[in-house]
Design a protein around this ligand. Structure first.
Ligand code: ADP
Ligand code: MG
Length: 307
């Protein structure tokens, strides 16, 4: 697939010396939904800020649709829509004017029919003559999305789009994102809501402390790094993990009533049978058991912790 955003050796050191990005390489493919996952402070907003021309890189190179973001800024930027993490609004302007003005900034000819459809899709049409200051937080966020899409970009960045957003807006937003993707728009979103990446993304990149730790297709990531967990609810609480289970990746819940054994799903011998045999030898009885496949969240936590 064609690369639309190419990031090579990208570095950012902020004034004061903090290194927020350490030689990041990343290719975004045309038409994909790419989720950039990382804890707070990992460098997600910095990365997006550089690609969108809001933050100066300290080193490396970024091209958007083949255009260098420094040498060919306008061409690169015109292809991008950005829904920033922070709500920044022109309080006294109306929704209609703000969104149309934003389109004009990119040198696009007026297209009231397009903006009307956009506002209708975002359930903003009946608010079009209201000043932004009169809108709720959720409505302001919808306006940010409308602004980002006003110039019909082929690449959309959404920086933590659903942090602190109500359920309805979140649902609308994902519907919109899916619709955009169906029309060939490339979507890059950052989130620390892992279920979101799990639901939406084609590929996932994990960033931690300014470094990309892993990039892969979602399914491959889950298969490669996935683990399973066996949970056993005991009849009687144990004071600690029994000595005979030494060497097992096993944990006991705080109340002593649950044993949790996690193992690599690709192993030939999972150790489950042996574990159950040893428990029975020790007369440790259990009432119930569940097997659970590790989620993307577990994978994410173990990746970030492992550093
Ligand atoms: N303008 C700035 N000046 C100095 N440090 C900054 C600035 N912006 C961000 N940082 C630092 O860079 C790191 C990455 O921040 P950011 O890119 O916002 O991370 P994320 O979006 O993943 O939470 C953080 O440690 C943050 O404190
Ligand atoms: Mg951020």
């Amino acid at each position: 697939m064609e690369t639309v955003v190419r990031i090579e050796g990208l570095e950012k050191t902020y004034d004061g010396g903090f290194q927020a990005l350490k030689s990041v390489d990343l290719d975004i493919l045309r038409g994909e939904i790419f989720a950039l996952l990382g804890p707070n402070g990992a460098g997600k907003t910095t990365l997006i800020g550089i690609v969108c021309g809001l933050v100066n890189p300290s080193g490396g190179r970024v091209t958007v649709g083949g255009h260098d973001i420094l040498r060919d800024f306008r061409k690169a930027r015109s292809q991008i829509g950005l829904v920033p993490q922070e709500l920044a609004t022109d309080a006294f302007e109306t929704v209609w004017r703000v969104v149309n003005f934003s389109r004009g900034l990119f040198g696009k000819p007026r297209n009231h029919a397009y903006i009307e459809k956009l506002l209708k899709d975002l359930s903003l049409w009946d608010k079009k003559d209201e000043q932004l200051q009169a809108l709720s937080g959720g409505m302001k966020r919808r306006v940010m999305i409308a602004k980002a899409l006003s110039h019909e970009p082929s690449i959309l960045f959404l920086d933590e789009p659903t942090a602190g957003v109500d359920v309805e807006l979140r649902r609308d937003m994902w519907e919109l994102v899916r619709g955009l993707r169906a029309n060939g728009v490339t979507i890059i979103l950052t989130t620390h809501y892992i279920e979101e990446a799990e639901d939406m993304a084609d590929r996932i990149g994990v960033i931690n402390q300014g470094e990309i730790i892993v990039v892969d297709e979602k399914a491959a990531l889950m298969e490669k790094l996935g683990r399973k967990e066996l949970r056993l609810q005991l009849d009687q609480a144990l004071p600690g993990v029994p000595d005979t289970l030494d060497g097992y990746a096993i944990e006991l819940s705080e109340d002593g009533f649950e044993l949790v054994y996690s193992f690599d799903i690709r192993q030939e011998h999972t150790g489950v049978a042996e574990l159950l045999r040893r428990l029975s030898e020790q007369n440790i009885e259990f009432r119930d058991l569940q097997m659970r496949q590790s989620s993307l969240e577990d994978i994410f936590v173990s990746l970030v912790r492992g550093r």
